[in-house]
Design a binder for this molecule. Structure first.
Ligand SMILES: Nc1nc2c(ncn2[C@@H]2O[C@H](COP(=O)(O)OP(=O)(O)OP(=O)(O)O)[C@@H](O)[C@H]2O)c(=O)[nH]1
Ligand SMILES: [Mg+2]
Length: 418
């Protein structure tokens, strides 16, 4: 059994101390997208984004650090119990979260539309993990199984000081140590499942089984050398086998620093530590800073004016949730296109790389089947033409796109179908 892992300052270093391990949501549909021709192999994270079915974001972290508070803020509810004791959450809370979208707001205002329909993203509030979770500590295996089901990890890190709120690691606040505790458990859980796959070696394996087996060995080596599964370089043809390994460390990760009210606008020394750590790990996106407490209070205010006033008290101009939601979407490889008329303007979620025909299918399968063409205006051109499609056409800004057109983020589209 692996008994200890050390996460060194320069990255992850793994030390084995004994013998080897023995042991419809939201009308979003997902489509395989072609890798650019030049991509023969890439980090697994590329394939996670472009080939995976990115569906939900899981809030993960130590117990009693504000995960349920953040979840309640995101869902503008008090659906999750948030209280000052570890393991307050046992069963995951699942909620659909409205995706804040300034472009949609702008289109809606400009056209004076009767209704505005935002898109949504599923968030899951997961129970706290503790050291030893991979070996079942603190109901660890059950919680790890909950993490396995989400597509992206929002890793919440305590960056607020409050002696009244119990910290499972007694002593000085140490966000990097907290992160290492969680990530060590994710690595150990992956190593356990990989070792099981390796142990299943049969005399005669199908080519698929042989590839899976070989990949499992390669990822074990990478994890032991301090590389997360998401950073392992794989070939495109290896992706299905890699995907079938269902590894926790292959999921994109967004560090989210939970700070006290006074630090919401500026961050603090702890958020700087997380930022530096994140850069050392080579994560694709810098950590985001929020105050779950402020956000959970703002979310319950009724009017936009009240929300703005409340945020201003803390030197904030926007709520911080947009950074978490849109950061998660970006890491998941999701983007929006719009449909707009005076009656309704609406955002639709598609994975980056989706072609026009399949994008139309997100609205209705008939649009996909009977697709003829998509009159398309880039967002900025749409705004520059005051939302007037005739003017856009005159200016040559409206393009008539066929089924194989790769939809761009922000495109405003009018589908023709029979
Ligand atoms: N001072 C302070 N307290 C906070 C902040 N965020 C959350 N808390 C408090 O911390 C306690 C735990 O919050 P929860 O949201 O239940 O934490 P959790 O991570 O979901 O906890 P578990 O479900 O037990 O893992 C509650 O008393 C919250 O009010 C914060 O930014 N500042
Ligand atoms: Mg909780």
């Amino acid at each position: 059994m692996i008994t200890s892992i050390s996460l060194s300052r320069s990255g992850y270093g793994l030390f084995k101390h004994s013998q080897c391990l023995n042991n419809t949501f939201n009308t979003i549909r997902y489509f395989a997208t072609e890798a650019p021709k030049e991509i023969k192999d890439a980090k697994a994270s590329y394939f996670v984004r472009t080939r995976g079915s990115c569906k939900s974001a899981g809030i993960v972290g130590l117990p009693n650090i504000g995960k349920s508070t953040l979840f309640n803020a995101l869902t503008s509810s008090q659906a999750a119990m948030a209280a000052n004791f570890p393991f307050c959450t046992i069963d995951p809370n699942i909620g659909l979260v409205t995706v804040p979208d300034e472009r949609l707001d702008h289109i809606s205002k400009m056209l004076n539309t009767k209704s505005k329909v935002t898109t949504q993203l599923e968030f899951v509030d997961i129970a706290g993990l503790v050291k030893g979770a991979a070996d079942g500590e603190g109901l660890g295996n059950k919680f790890l199984a909950n993490i396995r089901q989400v597509s992206l990890i929002v890793h919440l890190v305590r960056c607020f000081e409050d002696i009244n709120i119990t910290h499972v690691h007694n002593g000085e606040l140490s966000p990097v140590k907290d992160i290492e505790t969680i990530e060590t458990e994710l690595i150990l859980a992956d190593l356990q499942s990989l070792e099981k796959i390796i142990a299943e070696q049969k005399k005669k394996m199908t080519p698929e089984q042989a590839l899976r087996h070989e990949l499992a060995k390669r990822v074990v080596k990478a994890l032991e050398g301090g590389t997360m599964a998401r950073d392992v370089v794989i070939e495109e043809k290896e992706w299905p086998a890699f995907h079938s390994l269902h590894l926790l460390t292959s999921k994109p990760m967004l560090y989210t620093c939970n700070v006290g009210e006074g630090d919401a606008a500026t961050g603090n020394k702890y958020t700087e530590m997380v930022k530096e750590f994140s850069r050392r790990q080579g994560l694709e996106m810098d950590p985001v800073v929020v105050s779950a407490k402020i956000e959970s209070e703002v979310a319950l205010l009724e009017s936009e004016e009240m929300k703005t006033e409340f945020l201003q008290l803390y030197g904030l101009t926007h709520n911080g949730l947009s950074k978490v939601i849109n950061g998660a979407r970006r890491l998941m490889g999701l983007q929006s296109y719009y449909t707009a008329s005076e009656k309704e303007c609406r955002a639709w979620t598609i994975p980056v790389g989706t072609k026009a025909r399949q994008a139309a299918g997100v609205i209705h399968t008939d649009f996909e089947k009977g697709f003829i063409k998509a009159d398309t205006i880039a967002y900025q051109d749409f705004i520059d033409c005051n939302g007037d499609d005739k003017l856009a056409k005159e200016r040559g800004k409206q393009r008539s796109e066929g089924p194989l057109y790769e939809v761009k983020d922000g495109d405003v589209m009018f589908f023709k179908f029979n």
